[in-house]
Design a protein around this ligand. Sequence first.
Ligand code: TYD
Length: 195
Amino acid sequence: MNSAFITFEGIEGAGKSTLARWLAQRLQQERIDCWLTWEPWEPRLREVLLEHSDLRSEEELLLFIADRAIHTRHIRNALAEGKTVICDRYADSTLIYQGYGRGLDIAWVRQLNRFATGGLEPVRTYLLDLPVEVGLSRQQELNRIGAEELAFHQRVREGFLTEAEQNPRRFLVLDATRPLQALQEVIWQDVRSLL
Ligand code: TYD
């Protein structure tokens, strides 16, 4: 495979961004052309989603979906140019946070995700799993959604694990309490087998 679409998922403070950044650098060292990106992606939508305090769950969902539709267009272009795309959160986050977390209809969220992505799915998703309390205590600043109650984050953690169990070919679940270097080794070995 010349180019691959790889995502990182997990609760707040799991280390997704650190590992996504590291993987992009590691690939560049190997002269593999890649694009490191994240969601929410479009800066103005990101600001409304993470800082606006007065959004209903339905409104939040639709803004994440709009953001994903725009972002997916750019991801497709990058893949078509032969780049490997590393994305910090993608469609699973909406399914889990807005579906399992906020309690919106899961089947409906899936359908909206399909609409926004046109069916584009990552070839691999690294799910960084750890106890909610540990993740939240690692996070220095919490955005509007991160600042939700503990029970919300528990539902999110469980939701991720449920989805991973249902998609064992795409998900690789990693214990995010392990040392960074150990996680990097597992991920690198896996990425090499993918590319
Ligand atoms: P971000 O600043 O990227 O933090 P993190 O390091 O936790 O990823 O914040 C993204 C926040 O948005 C995070 O709380 C998860 C939430 N989110 C959703 O609720 N649904 C989504 O579809 C996405 C992409 C993110």
